[in-house]
Design a protein around this ligand. Structure first.
Ligand SMILES: [Zn+2]
Length: 141
């Protein structure tokens, strides 16, 4: 992985992280406006308390994304960024540009999606059989 690319990836990830937190903070602020009369200004609190509060109001989706971003940043730090988690080959730079926090190369991602689809179909098959086995015996005898 090229140094310049890593540097850019880190910047992109940090930007995404800030953007996400800014959105959350905006929501947080809106909520605060409505309950202003309670007279508490938690914006003066230590930032770790604020972080906890932000963490508390994150939706699952936002939390997952934030976590993915943080993990990607950690991988940049330890030098494993850009390597596929599954097959360990390099993830294409174009893919990393589009999805900076992805952990899988395009092949493994496709493979995983195929598996997920197959599992789903298998589940549906089983449900279908369970629903229909009731009267097949009588028909064949
Ligand atoms: Zn892979």
């Amino acid at each position: 992985m090229r140094k310049a690319f890593l540097k850019k990836a880190r910047e992109t990830l940090q930007e995404m992280r800030e953007q996400l937190l800014r959105n959350v903070q905006a929501e947080l602020h809106e909520g605060r406006e409505q309950s202003k009369d309670e007279g508490m200004d938690t914006y003066d609190l230590a930032s770790d308390a604020r972080d906890r509060e932000i963490n508390f109001i994150l939706t699952d989706r936002e939390r997952e994304k934030l976590q993915a971003i943080d993990e990607a940043l950690a991988r940049v730090g330890e030098g494993s960024y850009g390597a596929c988690e599954s097959c360990e080959s390099d993830i294409a730079e174009g893919r990393l540009e589009a999805l900076p926090f992805t952990r899988l190369c395009i092949n493994c991602q496709a493979e995983r999606e195929k598996e997920a689809r197959m599992n789903k179909r298998f589940e549906e098959d089983r449900t279908y059989r369970r629903l229909t086995t009731g009267d097949t015996d009588e028909e064949t005898s």
